[in-house]
Ligand binder design. Structure first.
Ligand code: KG4
Ligand code: ZN
Length: 355
């Protein structure tokens, strides 16, 4: 006799299998997570090479690629998890924020699966899922938590008093940290995506070779800014106002400029995280989003005197960038609280917290 717990249609929540789908930007991802904690599969197809020649994500190309990849990826995620689709207890899908044409691909597949299997559907906020990755990675972690989410599209600080409900503390007023890294890498001739390319090129470089501004704005604000930093590098490379081509850089110049730019970005992020942490003295500290994979950022946070003694809950690299395990994990939590989405669930470009 199925257990009717008012949450899932049947079964013990700890055994319920949720399929997560992520297609908000340039990664198609599908995962199966048991009980909101145990990752059985976490399949990702990165479109990075598709967008590399354009130096950034082209929405039309991204949408088409999601369409081509998503169904085989669902199949692969189920196979890797050793699960039949009939065993699933819920479908979680990113429905915000993101590129509308991309989100719609994941949403269509999620709705079709939920309807045909007769199981609940839940729409998940991509940023809240990045925050949730810390709880997924470390089941012993409990709120309060202060989290920095830094990716190609977002850079924000959140406090979490209740799992699944990150409250926005501050955010970038212009470029996201990852976007600034991507643009700087293009200027330095380092390719796309820029974050990992800059991290690699920065090895052995001198982080004090070029003095760059820190976009920490005024002391009281928890907002950030990265456009001034980006413009400083641009002016350094080709002077203000003149449309000259970027100069050819020697290997040493490339290393030094990559190290200086990386240091300025990570310094800015770490300083703001420290300020947010000071306002939440009991909170553990975490990071999420693609930029959170950066080793210099992790090192700076770990070495911070202000953060000394805090529990650091950094998720593993596989859960930092876009992935569907975080979507399935948060989806399970929301479903277990009785939340559901109906088949009218819409794609939204922005997350509620940003409006
Ligand atoms: O979270 P994510 O995978 O996708 C978005 O939601 O945007 O983040 C992608 C961003 C890109 O800007 C990429 O350059 C950056 O994360 N990134 C990194 C590193 N790995 C990825 N930035 C710095 N260091 C890294 N190791
Ligand atoms: Zn992301």
């Amino acid at each position: 006799m199925p257990k009717e717990n008012g949450i899932f249609i049947q079964g013990n929540p700890e055994d319920v299998l949720v399929l997560g789908i992520e297609s908000s930007c340039d990664e198609t991802a599908v995962a199966v997570v048991r009980g909101g904690k145990e990752i059985l599969s976490n399949e990702i197809f990165s479109q990075a090479s598709l967008h590399a020649e354009h130096g950034g994500v082209v929405p039309e190309l991204a949408g088409r690629s999601h369409l081509e990849r998503i169904l085989p990826l669902v199949q692969r995620a189920l196979e890797k998890a050793g699960v039949e689709k009939e065993e699933l207890g819920g479908i979680a899908v990113t429905n915000r924020p993101g590129l509308i044409g991309c989100l719609l691909v994941g949403l269509s597949v999620a709705k079709t699966l939920a309807l045909s299997l007769g199981i609940p559907l839940i729409g998940v906020d991509h940023i809240q899922a990045h925050i949730h990755a810390s709880f997924l990675a470390d089941p012993g972690l409990k709120p309060p938590l202060v989290v920095l989410v830094a990716s190609g599209g977002h850079t924000s600080l959140y406090s979490v008093e209740r799992e699944g409900e990150g409250v926005l503390l501050g955010q970038t007023r212009d470029d996201a940290a990852g976007e600034a890294l991507d643009k700087a890498a293009a200027m330095l001739g380092l390719g796309y995506p820029g974050g990992p390319a800059i991290e690699k090129a920065a090895q052995g470089g001198d982080p004090s070779a070029l003095a760059l501004p820190r976009g920490t704005l005024d002391k009281k604000s928890l907002d950030l800014s990265f456009s001034g930093l980006k413009t400083s590098l641009l002016y350094h490379l080709r002077g203000p106002g003149i449309q000259r081509p970027f100069p050819e850089l020697s290997g040493e110049e490339q290393r030094d400029l990559a190290a200086s730019f990386q240091e300025a970005v990570m310094d800015t992020l770490c300083t703001k995280l420290e300020r947010a942490a000071l306002l939440h003295p009991e909170a553990a500290i975490s990071v999420g989003g693609g930029v959170a994979a950066n080793k210099r950022l992790r090192e700076k946070i770990a070495q911070s005197k202000i953060l000394r003694g805090r529990r650091l809950a950094f998720p593993p690299l596989a859960l930092c960038g876009d992935n569907a395990a975080m979507i399935a994990g948060l989806g399970h939590l929301l479903l277990s609280r009785g939340e559901r989405s109906d088949l009218g669930l819409e794609a939204r470009a922005r997350s509620r917290a940003q409006i």
